[in-house]
Design a binder for this molecule. Structure first.
Ligand code: RP5
Length: 175
């Protein structure tokens, strides 16, 4: 048995360098759920489990995975190594780790050498959510159902309105 979790019909794979990344990356998973995209989530560190990462990435395309989302912090090599191991598009989510507020992770993912790109998102939760949306937008190019999900998501986002209790013209604050 492989030492990672696979999900039947998954088209997106989320990888994390550590289980400590999950509280942030849950946002990516939840957004993929909202968009109706079946996905699988695993902790596979590029540093601590390189052979497992190689096994996961080399079998991902034949299992139907079309986009990888990779989250890591610090010397964040996971996205870059995954991108080196597969032709699938890789989206990188820099995590705030133990220093520099995530700048170390951001640069580790964004400053890839030419030839092996990583589509790098913002640090933290915004990047995790956007990685899921971006994955859907890639898949939408060749899947009408996903395209409609993305359009519906954007329409709901645009239609959202916000009460500012106490602000001029808004509802009064509840006493
Ligand atoms: C990275 O180091 C992980 O992706 C995580 O963001 C950070 C801290 O990992 P742990 O020490 O919590 O396992 O490899």
């Amino acid at each position: 048995m492989a030492d990672y979790v696979t999900v039947p019909d998954a088209c997106v794979g989320i990888l994390m360098g550590s289980a400590s990344d999950w509280p942030v990356m849950e946002k990516a998973s939840a957004t993929l759920d909202t968009l109706g995209l079946i996905h699988e989530c695993n902790v596979i560190s590029a540093h601590r489990a390189p052979a497992r990462l190689e096994a996961y990435c080399s079998t991902a395309p034949e299992r139907g995975i079309k986009v990888l989302i990779c989250a890591a912090g610090g010397a964040a090599h996971l996205a870059g190594v995954a991108a080196a191991l597969t032709h699938l598009p890789v989206l990188g989510c820099p995590m705030k780790a133990w220093s520099t507020e995530g700048l170390d992770s951001l640069l580790s993912m964004a400053q890839m050498p030419k030839g092996i790109p990583v589509g790098t998102m913002a640090v933290g939760g915004a990047g995790a959510t956007n990685a899921a949306i971006f994955a859907a937008e890639i898949l939408a190019l060749s899947d009408e159902t996903v395209r409609q999900s993305v359009l519906d998501f954007r329409a709901r986002q645009s239609a959202a309105t916000f009460d500012l209790p106490g602000a001029p013209g808004h509802p009064a604050r509840e006493s």
